[in-house]
Design a binder for this molecule. Structure first.
Ligand SMILES: [Zn+2]
Length: 454
C-alpha cells in the first residue's frame, strides 16, 4: 500500500487541504481523508486533480497531424481531409501503429488524460486481408496503452458499408470492412487478449450509420454483456444528415432510435448536427455526447448546442480524436471559446452551481468520460482507480491564486508545463512534466514518422 499527503486535492466536495490518499496494491484508492496530519505519508508538493478520460481517439491519425493544413482545392472540407487520412490508414503497419500509439498515449498522459477510448477500425492488412487468426492492429493498440501506462477502453469498430442504403465499401476502406459475423468473432478473440491486460476493457462500437445499419447494431448489442459501453459517430457533417434524410426520410438519431434503445450505455461522438428533438431525446437517454472540440474545429464540423444540452440534463465528455493537439486544457478552452464566439458572451458554460467555467467543464467531462469508458475513474474517492494529475504549485501563475481561480488559471491562462506529474492506477507515469519514457521513445517515433511521411 502507498500513502500520500497532498497539500491540496480536488475531491467531489471541492478543494480540500492536506488530503491523505491511500492506494491499495491493485492501484485503487482505499481511503481518502482531508485535513490529515500525514503521518507515514509521502509528501506531494502540487495540487491533485482526477485524470481526464479521453473518450475518443483514432491513434493512427496522430501521424498526419499538421499535414492536412494546405489547401488542395477552394472547397477543402472534412471529405477532402478524409481522403488524406485514408492514405495514412492504408499504409500503417502494426509495428508503426504501436510506435505512433505509444508515443501518443505518453503525450496524452503529459497532457492530463489518464485513460483513453480507442475507436479502432483499422482491422486488416494493407491489402484488406484479415491478419491470420490474430488481430495485430488491435494488439498493437493494447500493447501501446499497456507500455505507456494509460487506461484503455478498446472499441473494435463495426464498419460494413461506405454510405447509407448499404452502399458497397470503396477500395480505400478495405482495411476497415467486416460483416457482423466477422465482427462478433473478432470480439471473442479480443475478449481473451484484453482480459490479460491491467486497466483495459472492451466496448462495442459502430463506425456510423453510413457504415452500418440499425439492424446490425441491434444484432451486435443483443450479444454483448450489458455493462459494455457503446460508441458511434452520429451526425458530424451536414452532408451525412442530408443523405440520411434523402434515403430514410429522417435524421440519424431519429432513425437509430426507432429500432435501437438509446440509453446510458451510449456515447454519441460528434452529435454536432442533431435536431432540437434529437437533442432532447439524447439528454433524456443519459447517453454521453462525445465532444472533440479541437478536431471538430479543425475539420470544420460545426458547434454543438452544449448549453441547451446541459440544461436539459445532458451528459458530455471530451476526446482528442484526430490528435492535432493532445491536451485537456486546450480541449476545454476550445469548447468554451466556440460557445463564446457563437453567443457573444463570456463564461458561457459556467453555471449557478459552478461559477468557475473550468470547474464546470472539468466536472462534466470527468463524469461523462468515466461513463463513456465504463471504468471506475473520474473522481478522487474511495473505490476509484488512483488516476490523477498534479498541478505544479511552484509555478508563480498557479501559486499566486486562491483555490477558486486555480482551475480557471490552468485551463484558460496556462499554456505549458502546468502538469508536473501524473499517476495511473497507483503508478507514476509522468514526473517533472515528462513521461518517464519520453526521451527513449524519440528516436523510434522520428523513424516511424519519417517512414509514414516519406
Ligand atoms: Zn472519430
Amino acid at each position: 500500500m502507498e500513502r500520500y499527503l497532498a497539500p491540496l486535492a480536488y475531491l467531489p466536495t471541492g478543494w480540500q487541504q492536506n488530503v491523505r490518499i491511500e492506494i491499495d496494491d491493485n492501484g485503487f484508492i482505499s481511503q481518502i481523508t482531508p485535513n490529515d496530519a500525514g503521518e507515514q505519508c509521502q509528501k506531494l508538493t502540487g495540487a491533485i486533480l482526477p485524470g481526464m478520460p479521453n473518450l475518443h481517439s483514432h491513434a493512427f491519425q496522430r501521424a498526419m497531424a499538421g499535414l492536412g493544413e494546405q489547401r488542395l482545392n477552394p472547397h477543402d472540407s472534412f471529405w477532402s481531409w478524409r481522403e488524406q487520412m485514408y492514405q495514412v490508414a492504408l499504409q500503417i503497419s502494426p509495428q508503426q501503429l504501436y510506435v505512433i500509439a505509444k508515443s501518443l498515449y505518453m503525450e496524452m498522459l503529459e497532457g492530463g488524460f489518464t485513460s483513453v477510448a480507442e475507436f479502432h477500425y483499422l482491422h486488416h492488412d494493407a491489402n484488406g486481408k484479415p491478419y491470420a487468426g490474430n488481430d495485430e492492429m488491435a494488439d498493437a493498440i493494447s500493447r501501446a496503452a499497456a507500455d505507456a501506462g494509460i487506461g484503455l477502453t478498446l472499441l473494435p469498430t463495426l464498419y460494413s458499408y461506405s454510405d447509407f442504403a448499404m452502399a458497397p465499401a470503396s477500395t480505400t476502406q478495405r482495411r476497415f470492412i467486416q460483416t457482423t459475423e466477422q465482427y462478433l468473432a473478432q470480439l471473442e478473440r479480443l475478449k481473451k487478449l484484453i482480459s490479460t491486460r491491467a486497466n483495459q476493457r472492451l466496448g462495442g462500437c459502430f463506425h456510423s450509420l453510413r457504415a452500418c445499419t440499425p439492424e446490425q447494431i441491434n444484432e451486435v448489442v443483443a450479444t454483448l454483456p450489458s455493462d459494455w459501453p457503446l460508441h458511434l459517430h452520429l451526425s458530424e457533417q451536414v452532408k451525412e444528415v442530408n443523405r440520411c434524410l434523402e434515403v430514410h426520410q429522417c435524421t440519424p438519431l431519429d432513425w437509430l432510435s426507432r429500432s435501437v434503445e438509446i440509453n446510458s450505455r451510449w456515447c454519441m461522438i460528434h452529435a454536432t448536427h442533431i435536431t432540437d428533438s434529437e437533442l432532447e431525446l439524447l439528454a433524456k437517454s443519459k447517453a454521453v455526447a462525445g465532444l472533440c472540440p479541437l478536431t471538430e474545429a479543425s475539420l470544420g464540423d460545426g458547434l454543438y448546442e452544449v448549453d441547451s444540452f446541459l440544461s436539459q440534463g445532458g451528459r458530455i465528455g471530451i476526446g482528442s480524436d484526430s490528435h492535432i493537439s493532445v491536451d485537456v486544457a486546450e480541449e476545454l478552452r476550445m469548447l468554451e471559446y466556440g460557445q463564446r464566439l457563437k453567443h457573444q458572451q463570456r463564461n458561457f458554460l459556467a453555471s449557478e452551481q459552478y461559477p468557475s467555467t473550468a470547474e464546470r467543464l472539468l466536472v462534466e467531462s470527468y463524469q461523462g468520460g468515466a461513463q463513456a469508458l465504463a471504468q471506475p475513474i473520474g473522481q478522487l474517492a474511495k473505490g476509484q482507480r488512483a488516476d490523477f494529475i498534479e498541478l505544479d504549485m511552484n509555478d508563480p501563475y498557479l501559486a499566486s491564486v486562491s483555490t477558486e481561480h486555480l482551475l480557471d488559471s490552468w485551463v484558460f491562462a496556462h499554456y505549458k508545463n502546468a502538469i508536473q506529474s501524473v499517476m495511473v492506477a497507483g503508478k507514476w507515469q509522468v514526473k517533472e512534466h515528462h513521461h518517464q519514457q519520453h526521451q527513449p521513445m524519440q528516436a523510434a517515433l522520428l523513424e516511424t514518422l519519417k517512414e509514414l511521411r516519406s
